[in-house]
Design a protein around this ligand. Structure first.
Ligand code: NAD
Ligand code: LMR
Length: 332
């Protein structure tokens, strides 16, 4: 199981690489960045876990060498937000970075599972897909937008409301839609640990808002020094770990992730019907299998208030998706 991190020397890349190095299911780890990746690789290579670690830079076909034989490629390359920016403000720079890295994957490791962290995820995932289409290697089952941090935040914040942080690892809340502001839709009515019936509407609204804008909370606290890195590395390693377990044959693993709805036609079509919109991508609970996406689940039973949140997410989500698609069709 060869895992590759593109953007491995960054704020997310380093701790994510550490967590992948700690995963015994990973047998080979390749770290690629435009700076510092060989140093990070040598540092990690002293850790007594099975994987061999190597670092690569752009010269001498570094990207190609890193990607050769890759099974799972995680992409946290690109610039992070500063206070006052939206994720869409990152498009100008990150779209080109992701397009070029996706070209490398499409030409060197077209069968790899690609896990996209770089923002804006709602647009960067369509960019990867369009690049793969251009190269004739598109398999919608194998491309994932990593929205796990929203799920992790929901677990944490719900456990806080329940007054018991030790519950947080077992609290499970589906978060659907996309990965930016109002496109992040937590389905709190489906929480594994129900919220108290006595919870005031204002407290419920505040909880939803905190999950939707959790990223801004971190950006504000870091005060110009970037966005979530450590919690993202934790979430990214958790999602990558699930993909690896599923690819290795474990059954029944379900995780919310932003996928192309064509990857499971039956589930994707049913979800589009539920949404009342012909969206190409959506984050929904997805059952993972040996080939990637095995089954896209629907929204399930949602409350009228959650239906309003889902509807509010659709215009921005749809615009973000179209922007990503158009970037590859007509490069700017
Ligand atoms: P960072 O600036 O600390 O690290 C980014 C790394 O990417 C740097 O090491 C940089 O050298 C590298 N890089 C730049 N161009 C590259 C290229 N062409 N090829 C390879 N590497 C390249 O940023 P960060 O805090 O690690 O965030 C990275 C991205 O992840 C941002 O876009 C951020 O918005 C996003 N993010 C997503 C989520 C999510 O939930 N999906 C959460 C947090 C951050
Ligand atoms: C997050 O949710 O923390 C990330 O998408 C980074 C950001 O810009 O908020």
């Amino acid at each position: 199981m060869k895992a590759v991190v593109l953007g491995a020397a960054g704020g997310i890349g380093q701790p994510l690489s550490l967590l992948l190095k700690a995963n015994p299911a990973v047998t080979e780890l390749a770290l690629y960045d435009i700076v510092n990746s060989p140093g990070v690789a040598v540092d990690l290579s002293h850790i007594a876990t099975p994987s061999k670690v190597e670092g690569f830079l752009p010269p001498d076909d570094g990207l190609k060498k890193a990607l050769t034989g890759a099974n799972v490629v995680v992409i946290p390359a690109g610039i992070p937000r500063k206070p006052g920016m939206t994720r869409d403000d990152l498009f100008k720079i990150n779209a080109g970075i992701v397009r070029d890295l996706a070209t490398g994957i499409a030409t060197t490791a077209p069968k790899a599972f690609v896990l996209v962290i770089s923002n804006p995820v709602n647009s960067t995932v369509p960019i990867v897909a369009e690049v793969f289409k251009k190269h004739g290697v598109f398999d919608p089952k194998r491309i994932f937008g990593v929205t796990t941090l929203d799920v992790v935040r929901a677990s944490t914040f719900v456990s806080e409301i329940l007054g018991n942080r030790s519950l947080s690892p077992s609290v499970s809340v589906p978060v659907v839609g996309g990965h930016s502001g109002v496109t992040i839709v937590p389905l709190l009515s489906q929480s594994s640990h129900p919220l108290p019936a006595s919870l005031e509407t204002s407290a419920l609204d505040a909880l939803i808002n905190r999950i939707q804008f959790g990223g801004d909370e971190v950006v504000k606290a870091k005060d110009g020094a970037g966005s979530a890195t450590l919690s993202m590395a934790y979430a990214g390693a958790e999602f990558a770990g699930k993909v690896i377990r599923a690819v290795n044959g474990e059954k029944g693993i379900v995780a919310p992730t932003f996928v192309n709805l064509a990857s499971d036609k039956t589930g994707g079509d049913a979800l589009k019907k539920e949404l009342g919109k012909d969206l190409e991508y959506f984050s929904a609970p997805v059952e993972l299998g040996v080939d990637g996406v095995a089954k896209i689940h629907g929204l399930g039973k949602i409350t009228p208030a959650e239906k309003v949140l889902v509807e509010a997410a659709l215009p921005e989500l749809s615009a973000n998706i179209e922007k990503g698609v158009a970037f590859v069709e007509v490069p700017k």
